[in-house]
Design a protein around this ligand. Structure first.
Ligand code: PRP
Ligand code: URA
Ligand code: MG
Length: 215
């Protein structure tokens, strides 16, 4: 039996719109076209939750009637770090609501025999010390890919790191927390566990294949 995850740093996104779209994505007969459309719509909603506590600055603003103050973010300070390939499914929707965000890519694939991540690419913007990173990957399964991605990112000492996915499971949460207890996880779902091939059950299948139609 898997160890109960420490849920202190897990933000479960329970919003009805999010849950509705995720349920449609889980359906095995959802087409690639619809799956892509849904992940785009969901991404914008997830961006809203994961940025809830990013820094804002008070600014003066002139309305047509008078001067007042408002709050603004410095959008350029946010880095969307996509774990390839499936993390790219989040980019279009997130960039619609965070249009100035920078984008980094982390090339990792999971060896199907060992379930260990294999690194093949890593590119981040410069000046990471002043940036807040949102790591994107739809699936937190064993958590090995997420741990490896955060290991690589921490070498660049970003100001903060958050991890966002569509479906997590207790094993992945426990693994990411054990290695990186400072990284909060944002997820709409915590599924039952992993099958013998390391797939999340009930899950939604292979996220990369479903986004890119490669099955
Ligand atoms: O938590 P883990 O056990 O590491 O599994 C999750 C990883 O597996 C999937 O990617 P995959 O390796 O299939 O690569 P792909 O996105 O290129 O299809 C998924 O997108 C995660 O990156
Ligand atoms: O369930 C899983 C596990 C790893 N990768 C996926 O795409 N899905
Ligand atoms: Mg991957």
């Amino acid at each position: 039996m898997s160890e109960a995850p420490n849920l202190r740093r897990v933000h479960r996104i329970d919003h009805p719109l999010v849950q509705h779209k995720l349920t449609l994505m889980r359906r095995k007969d959802t087409s690639t076209k619809t799956f892509r459309q849904l992940i785009k719509e969901l991404s914008a909603l997830l961006a809203y939750e994961v940025t809830r506590d990013i820094p804002t600055q008070e600014v003066e603003v002139e309305t047509p009637l008078e001067t007042t103050t408002g709050r603004m973010i410095d959008g350029k300070k946010t880095v969307l770090a996509s774990i390839l390939r499936a993390g790219n499914g989040f980019l279009d929707g997130m960039l619609e609501v965070l249009p100035s965000a920078r984008v980094g890519h982390i090339g990792l694939y999971r060896d199907p025999a060992t379930l260990k991540p294999v690194e093949y690419y890593f590119k981040m913007p410069s000046g990471m010390e002043e940036r807040d990173v949102i790591v994107l990957d739809p699936m937190l399964a064993t958590g090995n890919s997420a741990v490896a991605a955060v290991d690589l990112l921490k070498r660049l000492q970003p100001r903060s790191i958050r991890f966002v996915c569509l479906v997590a499971c207790p094993e992945g949460i426990a693994n990411l927390h054990a290695h990186h207890p400072d990284v909060p996880i944002y997820t709409p779902a915590i599924d039952r566990g992993l099958n013998d091939h390391g797939y999340i059950v009930p899950g939604l299948g292979d996220a990369g294949d479903r986004i890119f139609g490669t099955k």
